[in-house]
Design a protein around this ligand. Structure first.
Ligand SMILES: Cc1cc2nc3c(=O)[nH]c(=O)nc-3n(C[C@H](O)[C@H](O)[C@H](O)COP(=O)(O)OP(=O)(O)OC[C@H]3O[C@@H](n4cnc5c(N)ncnc54)[C@H](O)[C@@H]3O)c2cc1C
Length: 459
C-alpha cells in the first residue's frame, strides 16, 4: 500500500530484518517520532537457524549473558541500553527466568513481547517479505539488520556494493587476550626478522610465546584430545576455507603441521633464554588502544572451557584473561572499520546504514545495541538534528568505536563487548577496582550523552 506523508510526518526509515537489531532500530525510530517500515522475510523465507516466524527470535541460547553492570562489560551494556529506552532489554526484563547472575529469558515470551510492542506502535509497519537485493532508490534511509544469515540475494547485492572481499560468510575467530594478563617474563615483543610493518612500526609488532620441544608435544596432545563444538547442519553445507582452518584440524593433519604454519619459530630471538624455541605462538595487536592481542592463526572449534584450559598451557599465557574465545561459524558480516562511518553509514552509499551482527559485533546484546544506535542516528538524521556519537568511555561508544575504526581492518573479525575496548582510566587502580571504576565512568558519561540527545530532540 503506498504510504502517504504529511508535512509533519517524516518519511519512513526502512529496516531490513526483524531480529534483535532490526526490532530495536524500529523501536528507537518510533520513540523519536520517525516512522519505520520493518521488513522481515520469515515465515515466507527461512534462514536455517530460525525456527519461528517471531520477531527477535533467539536462535540458540536463551541467555543475554551476565547482568552484572559493575564487573562485566555486557552487564554494563544491558544497563546502558535500559537507560536508553531499549525494547529488547524491557522485553528481557519482563520475561526473565532464573539464571543466577545471568539474564536468561523465556524465549517465546520474549519474542512475543517484542513483536507485540512493535505491532502496537502506530509508527511501525511490519512487512513480511524478503528484500531480495539492494533496496529501491526511493528508500532514502535504510537500516540493513539482516543478521548473520542474511538471505543470499541481499548478501550478493551487498557484496557487489562493497566489493567481494569486504563481505565474509564465515568468521574464523582466534582467541583475543587482554595484554595486561600476559607474562612478559616469558613473552617478548618482536616481529619475525625484526621486519617493520610500516613507517610507525619499530619491528616489534608481535608478542611471542616460546615453547620447548617437550612443551610443544604436550600442547599438541592437549589440542588433539580437547572437546570440540559441533558445526550446525546448515554450516556443514558451506565449504570450509583452507585459509581459516582451525588450529586443531591443522594439528590433526600432522603434529608438526602447526610448527610449519602459525607456530613456526623462525626469525625470532628469545631475550629471556639462550635456547632457541622449538615453536612460537604469536599474538598481534587487535585494537588501536593496544589493550587486546589476538592469537595469530588460532581460530578454533574447541569448546570455550577447553580453549581456556589448553591455551593457558602456552608459556606466557598461564594467567591469560580472554576478551573473547575463538570460533568458526557461518556468519555474514562486512568489514565495518573500512566501510562504515562513525554513524554506521556506508561511506560509498550513505543512505544505507548497517546494524547488528552484520556489522561485525557478536552476540544478541551487542547486535541489539547496534540496532539501538542505528535507529537513533537515522532518526536524528530524518529530523535534521545533530548530536555526537556516544562517548568511547561507554559500552555503547566503545563497541561502536571498535567496529567503525578502532579495530584493525586487515584482519577484522567479529567482537563481543569487553573492557579491553574502553580507553584506560586516568588513575592507576588495582585489578579488583578497575572494572567498577570503568563502569561508573561509563554510566556517568552515558547519562550526560542521553541528556544531550534529549536536548537536541527538543530543539
Ligand atoms: C546459529 C547461531 C547461533 C547463535 N547463537 C548465539 C547465542 O547463543 N548467543 C548470542 O549472544 N549470539 C548468538 N548468535 C549470534 C547473534 O548474536 C545472533 O545471530 C543475533 O540474533 C544477531 O542479531 P541480528 O539482529 O543481527 O540478526 P538476526 O537476529 O538473525 O535477525 C536478522 C533478521 O533478518 C531477517 N532477514 C535476513 N535476510 C533478510 C532479507 N533479505 N529481507 C528481510 N529479512 C531478512 C532474518 O530472517 C532475521 O529475522 C548466534 C548466531 C547463529 C547464526
Amino acid at each position: 500500500m503506498p504510504r502517504t506523508t504529511t508535512p509533519d510526518r517524516p518519511q519512513p526509515v526502512h529496516v531490513i530484518g526483524g531480529g534483535l537489531a532490526g526490532s530495536e532500530a524500529a523501536w528507537a525510530l518510533a520513540q523519536h517520532g520517525v516512522p519505520a517500515v520493518l521488513h522481515e522475510m520469515r515465515p515466507e523465507r527461512g534462514t536455517g537457524a530460525h525456527v519461528t516466524a517471531g520477531l527477535a527470535e533467539l536462535v540458540c541460547s536463551n541467555s543475554l549473558r551476565s547482568d552484572d553492570h559493575e564487573n562485566n562489560a555486557v552487564g554494563l551494556l544491558h544497563e546502558e541500553m535500559r537507560r536508553s529506552g531499549s525494547l529488547i532489554m524491557a522485553a528481557a526484563d519482563n520475561h526473565r527466568v532464573p539464571a543466577g547472575g545471568a539474564l536468561a529469558v523465556d524465549r517465546e515470551g520474549f519474542s512475543a513481547a517484542v513483536e507485540a510492542a512493535l505491532q502496537a506502535e502506530p509508527l511501525v509497519e511490519i512487512e513480511r517479505r524478503e528484500v531480495a537485493g539492494l533496496p529501491p532508490e526511493d528508500w532514502s534511509s535504510v537500516i540493513v539488520a539482516s543478521g548473520p544469515l542474511t538471505s543470499d540475494a541481499l548478501a550478493a547485492a551487498i557484496a557487489e556494493l562493497t566489493d567481494q572481499r569486504s563481505l565474509a560468510f564465515f568468521d574464523a575467530i582466534s582467541p583475543i587476550v587482554h595484554r595486561d594478563s600476559i607474562d612478559f617474563d616469558k613473552a617478548w615483543l618482536q616481529s619475525r626478522y625484526d621486519k617493520a610493518s610500516g613507517p610507525e612500526s619499530d619491528g616489534r609488532d608481535y608478542l611471542n610465546c616460546p615453547l620447548s620441544k617437550e612443551q610443544y608435544e604436550t600442547f599438541i596432545a592437549a589440542l588433539l584430545t580437547a572437546e570440540r563444538a559441533e558445526f550446525h547442519d546448515f554450516e556443514t553445507k558451506t565449504p570450509y576455507f583452507e585459509g581459516c582452518l582451525p588450529i586443531e584440524i591443522m594439528a590433526e593433519r600432522g603434529p608438526e603441521t602447526p610448527r610449519f604454519g602459525p607456530m613456526k619459530p623462525v626469525g625470532l630471538t628469545n631475550p629471556h633464554s639462550p635456547d632457541r624455541p622449538y615453536a612460537v605462538v604469536q599474538l598481534r595487536q587487535d585494537n588501536a588502544l593496544g589493550t587486546l592481542y589476538n592469537m595469530v592463526g588460532f581460530q578454533t572449534k574447541l569448546k570455550h572451557g577447553e580453549q581456556v584450559r589448553v591455551f593457558r598451557q602456552i608459556p606466557g599465557l598461564e594467567a591469560a584473561e580472554f576478551a573473547r574465545l575463538g570460533g568458526v561459524h557461518r556468519n555474514t558480516f562486512i568489514n565495518s572499520p573500512r566501510l562504515l562511518d562513525s554513524e554506521l553509514r556506508l561511506k560509498n552509499e550513505p543512505r544505507l546504514r548497517f546494524a547488528g551482527q552484520i556489522t561485525g559485533v557478536e552476540g544478541y546484546v551487542e547486535s541489539a545495541a547496534m540496532g539501538l544506535l542505528a535507529g537513533r542516528f537515522a532518526a536524528f538524521e530524518r529530523l535534521s538534528r545533530t548530536s555526537p556519537t556516544p562517548p568511547p568511555t561507554t559500552a555503547l561508544g566503545a563497541l561502536l568505536g571498535h567496529i567503525t575504526g578502532g579495530a584493525e581492518s586487515s584482519n577484522f573479525q567479529p567482537m563481543n563487548v569487553n573492557f579491553g575496548l574502553f580507553p584506560p582510566l586516568a588513575e592507576k587502580l588495582g585489578k579488583k577496582h578497575r572494572k567498577p571504576a570503568q563502569a561508573r565512568r561509563a554510566l556517568a558519561d552515558l547519562d550526560e550523552w542521553l541528556e544531550m540527545q534529549q536536548a537536541a530532540t527538543a530543539e
